[in-house]
Structures are given as structure tokens and as C-alpha cells.
Ligand binder design. Structure first.
Ligand code: AMP
Ligand code: MG
Length: 356
């Protein structure tokens, strides 16, 4: 038994150890409308809770999450663009004792585990994964809806881990992952949603955005890549865009993977110390870490501005990978259950089975 990069048990072949258990549906209910609802019941079970944020659709998991403390230091702002490395290592702000300039923070405690144990959480995630495989097939067969999952979070927050651990087991034909990088010259020559719209999953499909159009109000803001008036107006453009998608049958779930600055440090260290993880590390990651507090602010504001009933945000405590996977798994399965998907009836007509 070993532990892979995400702290999940793997056997000698590298295959995940799965727990035999019947599939479990979480948070089922409500009609096929794309309207969002709370994943997990009010009893929580560690599932997400509606935060009651002004715009509606801002969820935290779990409900009792508290404000992130200001213990994370704030590094001096560097608005000179992405290419400039700082002379020394990172964490100047951290070492300075973390006298953070207040300001908005992503709500919730990244270390939260919703009262779950790791063992139980992993068992449930295994069941959710199997349920997800069934639901994905129904989504395709039904053909009325698409599911779009948006993953955002700081470097090393676990976006790739969610893709690997929650969606493993889904038929590869039914899911498309799209990773949004720095825009190419071709993409930069278009409006910021151009490349995004093309990547939206068609009906019957699950689409996963590993980063997304939200980078256009996050990294772009933190590095001053466009004037404030431009990125600020994007909140409304994004909400309109997502509204259009929702009206067109795309169910949208957005996850903000919320890790602490300390946990990011640990994950970077692991990447640096383990030759098998070097590939995961980029010097850019340290540069971005210098802007931690600015990112937190940008995230917090964006979460408020772009949490809508038709495209809610769930803030996922992500210091513990097993809890992160559980929260996302539950929300995704709940959203698919709510669609009340059906296998279509046997089509009658020439050549149909049962004829002649
Ligand atoms: P990674 O997710 O580690 O592969 O890195 C992708 C990089 O692309 C991140 O540093 C993102 O901030 C950056 N990126 C993604 N979208 C944009 C965008 N619209 N403008 C600028 N940078 C972006
Ligand atoms: Mg990166």
C-alpha cells in the first residue's frame, strides 16, 4: 500500500483501492430544472451549505465554516506583470508574521473536514464515483442537459486532483476536461469569453474547466493585465454568459478549492523535494504565491459578484484532499440526480427491435 500524490491509497499497480458498496444518492429532489439546490441535506453530513450570500448561490462546505483568519501574511504587491521573478524565495509576508491587510477573504476554513473521518469520506467518495458513472451514462442517453463543472483555486489547491479522483471511473467518452492556460495570441485577439464558449459541453456531456473564464477577473486583475474598468465589467458579462448557458440546458457547478497558505507551502515543498513531482512545479507558482493576499481578495470579490442561482459557487475546504473530493463528489452527484434523467424509450419505426 502506498500513497499517491493526492494522499489516496493505491495498490502496488497504482490502481485505486475501492470500497465495495452500493451507490448512494445525495441530495436528490427537485425537478429537472437547472435551478441549483444545496448538495446534501440540512443534516449536513459535511456537505455544502448555502451561505446566503447576497447574490444567492454562494455555498460553503460545511455550513459551520468560519472566516479564514488573517494569519496568512501578505506579500508586497508586484504589479509589474507575470514575468518578473523576485530575488529571494517566497513568503516574505509569511515570515514577517503575517500582518495582513484585512480586506475580503474567501469565506470558510480550508482545514475544515465537516466532522467526517478520512476513512468514511473515502468510502463515500468511492460510492459517489460509481454513482457518477451511472449518472453520466444517463445524462448522455437522456440528452437534454449538459453539466459544466468549473474548478478554480490557487496553485496546488487540487484542481487536477479533483479531476483524477472524482471523475475517474466515468466513461472517457462522456467527459471532456479543458485546461485554460494563458491565452494564445489568437485567443487574446478575441473577447475573453470566445475561447470559453467553444469549450462548453454539448448536451449529454460533462465538461470540466480546469481554470476558466474566472482567470479573467483573477490573474488578470492581480497582475493589472487590463484596466480595472475592464475586468470589473466582466462580472456582469460572466453572469450573463452563464445565464445563457443555464437557459440552454447547461447545469453549472463552480467550485472554489480553498487551501491555506501553509498547505500550499507544504505541497510546493513536496513537489520540490520529490523528483517524481518536479514536473508539477513551476517557478511561476512561487511568483504567484507572492500575491497571495491579492488573490484572496480577488477571489472573495469574484465569489460575491458571480454567485448566482443559475451558477452557484461552492467553496470547498481543500487542505484535506479526501474531504475536498467528498464535497465535490457529493455536489456533482446531487446535481445529476436533480436532473431526473431518463433513459429514452425504445424508438419505434422501421428496423426497430421488436418489429416484424
Ligand atoms: P496551470 O493551471 O498551472 O497549468 O497554469 C496555467 C496558467 O495560465 C496559470 O498561471 C493561469 O493564471 C494562467 N491563465 C489562465 N487563464 C488566463 C488568462 N485568461 N489570462 C492570463 N493568464 C491566464
Ligand atoms: Mg501552476
Amino acid at each position: 500500500m502506498d500513497v499517491d500524490g493526492d494522499g489516496d491509497a493505491v495498490d502496488a499497480e497504482g490502481a485505486m483501492v475501492q470500497e465495495p458498496d452500493p451507490a448512494s444518492a445525495v441530495g436528490a429532489g427537485e425537478g429537472a430544472s437547472p435551478a441549483p439546490r444545496e448538495p446534501g441535506g440540512p443534516d449536513g453530513g459535511g456537505a455544502a451549505a448555502v451561505d446566503g450570500g447576497g447574490a444567492g448561490g454562494l455555498r460553503r462546505a460545511p455550513g459551520k465554516a468560519r472566516r479564514v483568519s488573517a494569519e496568512d501574511g501578505e506579500a508586497p504587491a508586484d504589479r509589474h506583470g507575470r514575468g518578473r521573478a523576485r530575488g529571494e524565495g517566497d513568503d516574505a509576508g509569511e515570515r514577517a508574521g503575517g500582518g495582513s491587510a484585512g480586506g475580503p477573504r474567501i469565506p470558510g476554513d480550508p482545514r475544515d473536514t465537516g466532522g467526517e473521518t478520512k476513512e468514511a469520506a473515502k468510502a463515500e467518495t468511492g460510492r459517489l464515483r460509481r454513482r457518477l458513472a451511472v449518472l453520466q451514462e444517463k445524462l448522455y442517453a437522456d440528452g437534454r442537459y449538459a453539466l459544466l463543472i468549473v474548478l478554480q483555486g490557487m496553485d496546488a489547491s487540487g484542481k487536477d486532483g479533483v479531476v483524477r479522483h472524482v471523475f475517474r471511473g466515468v466513461n472517457p467518452q462522456g467527459v471532456r476536461v479543458h485546461s485554460f492556460k494563458q491565452p494564445t495570441p489568437r485567443e487574446s485577439a478575441q473577447d475573453f469569453l470566445w475561447r470559453v464558449h467553444q469549450a462548453v459541453p454539448p448536451k449529454g456531456m460533462i465538461g470540466i474547466f480546469n481554470r476558466s473564464h474566472y482567470e479573467d477577473v483573477l490573474v488578470v486583475r492581480v497582475h493589472g493585465l487590463v484596466p480595472e474598468g475592464v475586468w470589473r465589467s466582466r462580472y456582469a458579462r460572466i453572469n450573463d454568459f452563464e445565464h445563457l448557458l443555464a437557459e440552454s440546458g447547461v447545469r453549472i457547478l463552480k467550485f472554489c478549492l480553498h487551501i491555506s497558505k501553509e498547505e500550499q507551502r507544504r505541497r510546493f515543498d513536496r513537489r520540490l523535494l520529490d523528483a517524481r513531482r518536479h514536473w508539477k512545479f513551476s517557478p511561476d507558482d512561487l511568483r504567484e504565491r507572492q500575491h497571495w493576499a491579492e488573490y484572496q481578495r480577488a477571489y472573495a470579490e469574484m465569489l460575491e459578484a458571480c454567485a448566482t442561482p443559475h451558477a452557484p459557487w461552492t467553496i470547498v475546504p481543500a487542505d484535506h484532499k479526501w474531504y475536498r473530493n467528498l464535497v465535490v463528489g457529493r455536489a456533482v452527484v446531487a446535481a445529476l440526480e436533480e436532473m431526473r434523467l431518463h433513459y429514452p424509450q425504445l424508438r419505434s419505426g422501421p428496423g426497430a427491435a421488436g418489429e416484424g
